[in-house]
Structure formats: structure tokens, C-alpha cells
Ligand binder design. Structure first.
Ligand SMILES: *Cc1c(COP(=O)(O)O)cnc(C)c1O
Length: 405
């Protein structure tokens, strides 16, 4: 069983998104397929986090999860900062009105031109190599602006139970904890404005306990590393990794223990890192559950007894729902017939896209109401790593549309 997708209302068997029934919304958009992101759910999610996180913890949006400019614009007004991972994202964040003093820029291969744009924009650069420090020294003297830097640390531990590990062991991200003292000395010699540390252990974790454990270890590592820092720590970015339920058997993350853990750490920090604000950076947890992907059934076929609903959207718009974006074993996202919720009879059907590849499978033998040509298939949990994480040029089908409603 999938976790209930009860973040959306249903009226007369029809899903309601952004206050609009699905069929009316599809008419308004004027085409299928499309992504729709619900503003009220985005606001509610931020409010829910604010309630649980201790005051003073800064909430950042990692915009690679959903870089649609309208979404970033909305989020910029709700959260405390935006985390970008390219100069392209930096432009969208600044266009959206994000405050540069609360924008940070991470990524393992920042080009010199991107570093220059970051310094000129006065955003915080999470440095990930010795080369970045020497390049930033040159840029700072060129522009007459000391680069604001934090050190992204590749920790000496991993995030247990995380879908994607991004720290611990040999990694292309950050600088190994044991090399950080030497890097901090370089930063001091280069006269850069050191502001803190960034630790990101991994992504898509549904176990509060392992998130708390990673936060504690990250905190303690930062306290140790701070002894060699040229200036006091102003920002301590403890990462995020909060997951959302995608697959059968998964349940929503329990935030309460995470809030408690952060309160304890914030209390310790009053003595150990007195100038530091904690930052939590979240992508999918903020936007993932607020978005759906909608495509129309264009054909219904029965092949040797198995029903195939062929829809006008597929992996070219939604690679992750097809199972080809970091899944080891393919599992179904929650998929429904959005204009027939609760309708009878039901049948087992596979929902496939129009691409000429067997990878274009959005639901494998799911229990669904019997659907006809013209019905609307909905893929839930699609607000993150959807449109921008998909190979839209593959096979020459129309680009998808995104709406914020
Ligand atoms: C991708 C990424 C995130 C966001 O991850 P989610 O799983 O979407 O929350 C946050 N921080 C960094 C450094 C990232 O690379």
C-alpha cells in the first residue's frame, strides 16, 4: 500500500488541485501532459516545519528539486534562503528576489566564471576544493570583494537509510574532513570571508532517527573543525535529507524527534559555536508532495490478458516515476485515475507512456478504476525531480507545461 495521498481533496471522484477540479484545471492549462504545483500545500509544508524546528534555525530551499521560476519565487518569500547548484540556478534565485546574503552555492565542479558570478552576487560559496579557494582569491582581488565562503565537508560518516548517499567515504562532494584544517589555513591566507560549514550526508531519508544521528555527528564534526577556522562560524548548514513516501510500505517522516534533536544541538551551540545559526536545506520535502503530473489516456490496449493504459506523457517528462532516476529496483509511484477516484469497477492495469522503449512505464500492474480514453492519469509525489530531471528531448514529443496553482 502507498501512503494515503490525502494532501489533496476529492470532490465527486475528482481530484482538486489549487482549488480547481482536475478536469477544469486541464481545460485551463489547455493541454496534457502537465505538472501542477499547489501553492496552498507549499505554504502549509513550510508552516508545518516552522512549527517543529526551533526558532532561529534557518530553513533553506534546495532549488534543484524544482527550479520552476514561479515556484522559486513563491518559496523565496516563504523560506529563509535558497541553495543553488549552478550559475543558472543562481540567476533564477536572484530573479525571484532571494536575498543574496541568504543564498548559498554548492556543487562539485564550479567553473571559474560561476565562482566570479557568485562573488559578484555576494552569495555564500560552499567551497568544495583547494582549487576553488585559490580561484576565489584571484576573483576577490579582481572584484575588490572578499568572497564569502563556507567549507563543504565530506564527513567521516554516512547517512544511514538514505536513498542517495552524498557524504562519507570517497566522494566528489566537499573536502574530506581530514583535509579541512589545511583548507581553512588556505582560506585564512587568501583573506576570504569565512562564514561556516556545510555538511550534507544524503537524501530521501524516512527515518527520523538516522537524520538525528547525522545531524548530531555533523554538529560535532563542525565543532571540532571550527578550532582551525580563521573566523567564527556564522552558518552551520547541517544538510537535510528529509524524505517523502514514494513507494508501497513507506510512511511519512516523523518531524517531532528532529525538532527536538535540533533544539538540543542549538542549546549546545550557545556555548560551543556562539555566533552560529543552523541551516537546514530541503528540496523534495518542501515541494515534492505539492506536485502532481497529469497525462491523458490516449489508448487502452489488452495484450495477452494484460491491460495497458497508454498516456500522452511518460519518462521524457517524469524520469523518476519511471524508476530510472536512481532507483535500484523499479517500484510504482502512487498513480491514480484523477477523475475516477473511488470509482468501480477496478482492474489491474499498467500505465505506459508513448515512447518506443519498455522503460516508459509509469505504473506496473496497479489496481486502478477501469479507465477509458480521455481519462486523466495522475502521478502523485511529483513536485520534485520531475520536469527538470527528465530527458525532454528524447523521442521528440512535445515539451511539458508546468503550472503553479
Ligand atoms: C540535492 C541536494 C539537496 C536536496 O535534496 P532533497 O533530497 O531534494 O532534499 C540539498 N542539499 C544538497 C547539497 C544537495 O545536493
Amino acid at each position: 500500500m502507498h501512503a494515503p495521498m490525502n494532501q489533496f481533496r476529492v470532490i465527486d471522484g475528482e481530484l482538486v488541485i489549487g482549488g480547481e477540479r482536475l478536469s477544469a484545471l486541464a481545460a485551463r492549462v489547455g493541454q496534457t501532459p502537465f505538472y501542477a504545483y499547489d501553492r496552498s500545500l507549499l505554504r502549509a509544508r513550510v508552516a508545518q516545519l516552522r512549527e517543529v524546528l526551533p526558532k532561529g534555525v534557518k530553513l533553506h530551499y534546495a532549488m534543484k528539486a524544482n527550479p520552476m521560476p514561479a515556484v522559486v519565487g513563491l518559496m523565496a518569500g516563504l523560506v529563509d534562503g535558497i541553495d543553488v547548484a549552478s550559475a543558472g540556478e543562481l540567476k533564477i534565485a536572484l530573479d525571484a528576489g532571494a536575498d543574496p546574503s541568504e543564498v548559498s552555492f554548492a556543487g562539485p565542479g564550479k567553473r571559474n566564471a560561476e565562482l566570479r558570478q557568485a562573488v559578484a552576487s555576494r552569495v555564500l560559496v560552499n567551497v568544495e576544493s583547494f582549487r576553488e579557494v585559490s580561484e576565489l582569491e584571484v576573483i576577490s582581488s579582481d572584484l575588490g570583494l572578499p568572497a564569502r565562503v563556507a567549507v563543504r565537508v565530506n564527513p567521516d560518516f554516512e547517512l544511514k537509510g538514505s536513498g542517495m548517499k552524498m557524504g562519507g567515504g570517497p566522494k566528489q562532494f566537499g573536502v574530506d574532513a581530514e583535509q579541512v584544517p589545511a583548507l581553512l589555513a588556505d582560506i585564512g591566507r587568501a583573506g576570504l570571508a569565512f562564514e561556516g560549514f556545510h555538511l550534507f550526508a544524503g537524501s530521501q531519508n524516512l527515518r527520523a532517527e538516522s537524520i538525528c544521528d547525522a545531524q548530531l555527528k555533523s554538529y560535532e564534526l563542525a565543532v571540532r573543525l571550527a578550532q582551525d577556522a580563521p573566523l567564527p562560524v556564522k552558518f552551520l548548514n547541517l544538510g537535510g535529507g528529509f524524505g517523502i513516501p514514494y513507494f508501497p510500505g513507506e510512511q511519512r517522516l516523523d518531524l517531532a524527534p528532529i525538532g527536538e534533536n535540533l533544539s538540543q544541538l542549538a542549546h549546545r551551540a550557545q556555548n560551543e559555536l556562539p555566533d552560529a545559526s543552523f541551516v537546514i536545506e530541503l528540496g523534495r520535502y518542501l515541494v515534492g508532495e505539492a506536485g502532481v503530473y497529469i497525462a491523458r489516456v490516449v489508448d487502452r490496449k489488452v495484450s495477452r490478458g494484460q491491460v495497458f493504459l497508454v498516456i500522452d506523457g511518460g519518462l521524457h517528462h517524469h524520469l523518476s516515476a519511471s524508476g530510472n532516476f536512481g532507483q535500484v529496483i523499479r517500484k510504482n509511484y502512487p498513480v491514480m485515475i484523477g477523475n475516477k477516484i473511488g470509482s468501480m469497477p477496478m482492474e489491474n492495469a499498467s500505465v505506459v507512456g508513448p515512447l518506443c522503449t519498455p522503460l516508459d512505464l509509469l505504473a506496473d500492474l496497479m489496481r486502478l478504476p477501469v479507465a477509458r480514453v480521455g481519462d486523466l492519469a495522475v502521478v502523485f509525489q511529483s513536485g520534485a525531480y520531475g520536469a527538470s530531471a527528465s530527458p525532454q528531448g528524447f523521442l521528440g514529443h512535445p515539451a511539458c507545461v508546468e503550472v503553479l496553482v
